[in-house]
Design a protein around this ligand. Structure first.
Ligand code: TPP
Length: 627
């Protein structure tokens, strides 16, 4: 009833304060109902309903700017800025994005998706504002999980010297996707739970007991240390204050009036100010409150029970990875596993439960995760970094500088490689073959099915070199079971040996290639299918042999063309003066938006049907031009 009245930004200001609670409830009902059908980030959004309302009540959009870190919690913001009617198409192709998008609204001043960028971006917007002589408010909203990312700390370090207003809202729900980890999380917990006086009293007694009886120490030194301890005990947020950032809070993130009061105060401060807001992830929907990790990002679910709909019984590649890791660790005590805040998503949670001492969750810190792994490898361990393809982009230099220059045996198990779907541009894992290929000493593999993923991980654990294995977000393919030739360094695997056309397919594309081959054969064409297995190094010998008895070699990969597998094959064919023509099937030089992976592949013509049509058209051209 109140939500109906909000059709554009600032409309919320027409709602009387006594109806704020009802509006918050309506928003929650709306989100639960829509997300139960479309899927999406439920828990984080339910947690920030009042916080977002308070921001919208205190600011004037689009002049004032709100930057949401990661951006997965921006649904209420979308609702309050006139995008209510688009929620039925949330995260579908051509529909509403699950993240802030400048093309969607001028109330989205900056796009996010990967964590820990909002303070840097906000600081940039603040400086741009100041240089232009304007005076609007800039607010960055960052979670306690995102605050563990190095970039956020780099930005805080920089924000400390600011001499104009910049508001950072720390949305502390005590959770990343899974439990938040590390020193920052512990520090925030101590502030949230502090009863200052109590702590002070205990701290004081402790301090005097430990320090005063010592002989020979100057009283002034003792007092100096006492002063700093005293400050830590009675002033929450000293860490931020010491950075030069004013700390306000903690404030109840479900109390709109209290937050609005604090925002008013914060606007008066002429430097960076951090407001510590405490919220509950999943607030108002008991299943999401009970299972915050499961409801962080969810597929469609039944509202009554909270249970997911359409869960296929098939194991995913993530499940296969999880099982293999446990078996491998039982046989090899050097195997250790690292995740950057994704124990659930990567499947390492099971490993953690069995081998807690050999499991490391480093927080949202992909760069650190990789260099930490390099250190472990240099110390004689066999680290496995389990990470999503798009998040590993962060750690390019660490892979190059810390792992590959030293040729250290770090294994990268890269999940969500290829088209991931509903999360869109920021999350598609379509660059890893390119960025990894450019690094000397790196070796890259991609499995065609679940057995091959297992074989590849075992192979990687036995060779003393950096290895990356990439696999998609999907059920693990259980076809082609009979093809399980042992993995040999740098060698591809012949699946069907015919002539005329040779399909060299990488990983997930082997399955698509089976479809393409069937399509070509139905046209009376003869067609070989080769599982590339290695993207680096490529199997030059197999390509040379194929060139002798095929007129067309088609490479297929779920990666951008630039720097991927196909370009390497093409380059080799040119250098080796092979007679066969090489045709590359890959993703275009574009950012792939959100949508169902099947739909996206069809649109880009990289599904079985699209590829078959492209090959037929190429053959047609070759025949007509006499090539
Ligand atoms: C660089 C990077 N690594 C990992 C992720 C996956 N991820 C998305 S949200 C999230 C947790 C964020 O926690 P927090 O900032 O506390 O926000 P909350 O979801 O609790 O509201 C993670 C790890 C990401 N988006 N970016």
């Amino acid at each position: 009833m109140y939500l109906e009245k909000i059709n554009k930004e600032n409309d919320i200001k027409r709602i009387a304060p006594e109806h704020y609670d009802e509006l918050a409830q309506e928003i929650r009902r709306f989100l639960i109902e829509k997300i139960s059908r479309t899927g999406g980030h439920l828990g984080s959004n339910l947690g920030v309903v009042e916080l977002t309302m308070a921001l919208h009540l205190s600011l004037t959009l689009p002049e004032d700017k709100i930057i949401f870190d990661v951006g997965h919690q921006s649904y209420t913001h979308k609702l309050l800025t006139g995008r209510k009617d688009d929620f039925d198409g949330l995260r579908t192709y051509g529909g509403l994005s699950g993240f802030p998008k400048r093309r969607e609204s001028n109330c989205d001043p900056f796009e996010t998706g990967h964590s820990s960028t909002s303070i840097s971006a906000g600081l940039g917007l603040v400086k741009a504002r100041d240089l232009a002589g304007k005076n609007h408010t800039v607010v960055s909203v960052i979670g306690d999980g995102a605050l563990t990312g190095g970039m956020a700390l780099e930005a805080l370090n920089n924000a400390g010297k600011l001499e104009s207003n910049f508001i950072i809202i720390l949305n502390d729900n005590n959770m990343s996707i899974s439990e938040n980890v590390g020193g920052i999380s512990k520090y925030l917990r101590s502030i949230r739970t502090a009863e200052s006086y109590q702590n002070f009293k205990i701290g004081l007694e402790d301090f005097l007991l430990k320090n005063l009886p010592k002989s020979g120490e100057k009283t002034v030194d003792i007092l100096k240390r006492f002063k700093s301890s005293f400050k830590q005990l009675v002033v929450p947020g000293m860490l931020f204050e010491d950075f030069g950032v004013t700390y306000l809070g903690p404030v109840d993130g479900h109390d709109i009036k209290a937050m609005a009061r604090m925002f008013r105060e914060a606007k008066k401060i002429k430097h960076a100010v951090l407001i510590h807001v405490c919220t509950k992830k999943g607030k108002g929907y008991p299943p999401a409150e009970r299972h915050p990790a499961r409801f962080h990002g969810t597929g469609p679910f039944d509202i009554e029970t909270g249970l997911p709909e359409n869960k296929s019984g098939q194991p995913s590649y993530t499940d296969v990875f999880a099982t293999v890791m446990i078996k491998l660790a039982a046989r090899n005590d050097k195997i250790v596993a690292i995740t950057a805040a994704m124990p659930d998503g990567t499947g390492l949670k099971r490993f953690r439960n069995i081998y807690p001492d050999r499991f490391f969750d480093v927080g949202i810190a992909e760069e650190h995760a990789v260099t930490f792994a390099a250190g472990l490898a240099a110390g004689g361990m066999r680290p496995v970094v389990a990470v999503y393809s798009s998040f590993l982009q962060r750690a390019y230099d660490q892979i190059l500088h810390d792992v590959c220059i030293q040729n250290l045996p770090v294994i990268f198990c890269i999940d969500r490689a290829g088209i991931v779907g509903a999360d869109g541009e920021t999350h598609q894992g379509v660059f890893d073959l390119s960025y990894l290929s450019s690094i000397p000493n790196m070796h890259i593999m991609a499995p065609k099915n679940k057995w091959e993923l297992s074989d590849m991980i075992k192979f990687a654990s036995e060779v003393p070199i950096p290895v990356a294995i990439r696999y998609p977000r999907s059920d693990a393919y259980d076809g082609l079971k009979e093809f399980r030739k042992p993995i040999e360094y740098g060698r591809s695997e012949m699946i069907y040996d015919e002539e005329d056309i040779a399909l060299f397919a990488v990983g997930s594309m082997v399955r698509t290639a089976e479809e393409v081959r069937a399509g070509l054969k139905s046209q009376g064409l003869s067609c070989s299918l080769i599982n590339a297995r290695f993207v680096k190094p490529i199997d030059e010998e197999a390509i040379s042999i194929a060139a002798e008895k095929h007129r067309l070699i088609v490479t297929m990969e779920e990666n951008v063309l630039s720097g991927g597998y196909g370009e390497k094959v093409l380059d080799y064919a040119g250098r080796a003066r092979l007679s066969a023509k090489v045709m590359n099937i890959a993703l275009p030089d574009e950012y792939v938006e959100h949508g169902n992976p099947g739909v996206l592949k069809r649109v880009m013509k990289v599904d079985g049907e699209g590829i078959t049509a492209r090959i037929l058209s190429e053959l047609n051209y070759m025949e007509n031009s006499g090539k």
